[in-house]
Design a protein around this ligand. Sequence first.
Ligand code: 5AD
Ligand code: FES
Length: 361
Amino acid sequence: MQNKLYSLIDKLEKEHSLSPDEYKQLLDGRTPELAEYTAKKAVAARQAVYGNDVYVRGLIEISNICKNDCLYCGIRHSNKSCSRYRLGEEEILSCCEEGYALGFRTFVMQGGEDPFFTDELLCDLIGKIKKQYPDCAVTLSLGERSFDSYKALFDAGADRYLLRHETADPELYKKLHPEDLSFENRINCLKNLKEIGFQTGCGFMVGAPYQTNSSLAADLKFVEEFRPAMCGIGPFIPHGATPFAEFKAGTLEVTLFLLSLLRLMDPSLLLPATTALGTINPTGREQGILAGANVVMPNLSPVSVRKKYELYDNKICTGEESAQCKSCLSRRMESIGYKIVTARGDKKPFNIQLKQEGSNN
Ligand code: 5AD
Ligand code: FES
């Protein structure tokens, strides 16, 4: 049985694809030894494409106002104890200025679904950032919008868009979201983003309430078929003011194993070691890199608002200035033999087809 699992890892390494059932077998049969074997191969695969470079993205949390009511999320509309804010254009531009000086060449503007951020306002802002920092990538993470809206943002110069699919299991999707949000629309948004030409990121939570290994296997298969440029995964962490307050958090071990599997599935995937991973374990992000991740996202938001962007309890990096956060992460990466680089950090090409043909010869 165990041998079978090791050969599935070898197969994933060579073919970058498994069936949902094979993914599930791996998740069901995970042992510390199997995880270590997988991580070793994942690191080698990442090393071949990216060496020891770790890409950084400066995260600017532009608004915690959200019209949605996702059951897991601390900034959900019905959380009346959340103190709401949105950043103005000047504040966002000054985060970019500070970030640029610190060596960031990607700015991620993330926020709740806040209707204040119209296409007009965002396009103007994107234009200003791209004009001032033409060597930087602009990433947006602002939830579900229409095709036309995404297209306008892309035409204004945005390069990337992150929209986690949250779960590829439609039944679980219903349990995590209110009725007015649908799995179909989520997937449709992701397809639109890709079609428009964004470097698109999807992703999911690990250990969300009611999640099973079959759901996680569906997530892996979804990522394999969608072939995103990025995939953000992190443990679910309960937030006290949500309906999921009493659920347990996802684990470090399962998240690390999934990172390794994703790396083997696509050696050039942009794979962040997330803040949530650093929140459930003091060295979670370092361990994430050692399992195959290659991106970190230090916080560039003004310190005055950081505590308010609380998607889950005990989120780290809420008290530190941007410069402190950057140097903290640099030190952490250096401590494990990696280094943060000043670069846009686009996905490197990895031709899966060619690789498969090569391995058949
Ligand atoms: N725990 C972990 N991750 C969460 N997110 C939202 N709420 C939580 C939580 N309680 C994630 C979602 C979302 C991203 C911005 O943060 O996956 O897409
Ligand atoms: Fe933000 Fe350490 S990475 S304070």
